[in-house]
Structures are given as structure tokens and as C-alpha cells.
Design a protein around this ligand. Sequence first.
Ligand SMILES: C[S@@+](CC[C@H](N)C(=O)[O-])C[C@H]1O[C@@H](n2cnc3c(N)ncnc32)[C@H](O)[C@@H]1O
Length: 268
Amino acid sequence: MNRERLTQPIAEGESIILLDPEDDKEFFYKMRAKGHIDLHKGKILHAEIIGKPEGAVVRTSKGDPFLVFRPTLFQFIMHMKRDTQIIYPKDLALILFYADIYPGSTCLEAGIGSGSLTLALLRAVGPEGKVISYEKRPEFIERATKNIQLLLGDGAPPNLEVKLRDIYEGIEEQGIDRIILDIPEPWQLVQNIAQSLRPGGIFVGYLPTIIQVKTLVDALREEKRFTSIHAFEALIRDWHIEGLSVRPDHRMVAHTGFITLARRGEAP
Ligand SMILES: C[S@@+](CC[C@H](N)C(=O)[O-])C[C@H]1O[C@@H](n2cnc3c(N)ncnc32)[C@H](O)[C@@H]1O
């Protein structure tokens, strides 16, 4: 989404966050001309939101105020429809920085799943870059495409190429800057990844269990072209700050996945 669009009033077809200023509770909706929202505090017609600028106050039928915003990418990913596990924002943030995903780069990922990583990559590579996504199940391509279009507007982004293909049959592209795999057995592709990444390119594996991480790291070490191999996980602990009650939240997302990184050089 570009800045020009973001400064326009909310339009039909866009997704919005409705925020209750009393407790910061968020609600997520797609705007339709004849739609309406039923909340415990009353009803709001979509038509009362369409045409408003971001940050505007709208009132329910009972007079309670709510604020209207476009979702941030973080909020969109947390609220969008999912048919698969997704990579959560806490891990996306680290993948983008640790893998040094830069504007203009060409990134290859698998599988597209619900499109969470794809959206993060599209934003990071920008219009000069490219995202190539392998996915073996057409229904997930459909889900991800709907999510991408809901956030970015109609029409496929010109810098996204989606391939309906089992990636274990081989990565066809060469000279890729970054490869990020969120599939169960990335170690099957280690030689192919080394072949497809340009020298200096970075590989990321995203895996839910440490047994998978160990298998991947062993395979990366055996393929002598990889260096700087390391694995980590991210734990984010939110804090409750109210009056004298200043303490960590009682609940947190303890485990999502492990991030494994490796850099492609020449075999020493
Ligand atoms: C956990 S989901 C990916 C979620 C995605 N990264 C996201 O953030 O929304 C794993 C996806 O990989 C796909 N997949 C699994 N094995 C694959 C393969 N061999 N080739 C292509 N896609 C594959 C699955 O169909 C599924 O959509």
C-alpha cells in the first residue's frame, strides 16, 4: 500500500480496525457499502465509516465512540483469515532483519500458506524487488491471494510470482538473494539452495521442532558452501502497566518456530 492511498479516506473494499478507546480492544472488518457491525455497545453502519479519514471517531447506535484505523501490517496478519499455520509478526520482524531482506532484492519462499511471510517480504523488497513463492496446494494459493489483495488492493502485485509446484522437485531459479523456507523438510533442498542463491545470499529455515533444526543444521554443515550457520527463537513478553500493577502479562506466546540462518559462500 502506498502513502498516497493511505492518506485517502477509507474506501469500500478496504479492511479496517475499529478500536474501543475504553479498553483498546480491536475489531477487524472489510468495508461493504451495505454492511453493518453489531457490537455489544450498539450498531455501526459501514456507510458511516466509508469516506472517513483514519483516526476518525464513529459512534454506535447507543452513542459510544470507536476509532477507525487502517490495520498495520502487524494487525492485518493477526486478524486475516488463515487456513494454515502462519509466521507471526515477532518472527517476521527478526527474519526481515537477520536475513537482511533489502529493497530491490529477489526473495524466494515456500510455501505461501496464508500469505503472512509473503506480505512481509513484499513490503521489505518494495516495488523494485521480487518475491517468488512456491506452493503445492492451490487452495492455499487462493487463501493467500485473497489476503494479499485485501491488504494491497485488487490485482496481483506485479512483483509477486506464485508457482503451483512441489518445491522438493527442485528450485528452478538462479542468482536469488534470499531463500526462506517454511516447509517440513528443508534439508532435502540444501544443495539446490546453495545452487540457487547467489554468493553472499542468505537462507532462512523456519521450523517448529528442534529435531528438524538439528537435521537442517547438519545438512547445511555438510554442504560446504554454507557459513555463519546459527539458530534461535524469539520470546516476547508483554508487560501489564496500570497504577502500581507493573508486571509481566500472565500469558504469552511461548513457542512458535525456530529460525535457522546460513550464508552462501564458496566451499573453503
Ligand atoms: C506453515 S505453512 C506456511 C505459512 C506461511 N509461511 C505464512 O506465513 O502464511 C506451510 C505451507 O507450505 C506448503 N508446503 C509444504 N510442503 C511443500 C512443498 N514441498 N512444496 C511447496 N509447498 C509446500 C503447505 O501446503 C503450506 O501451505
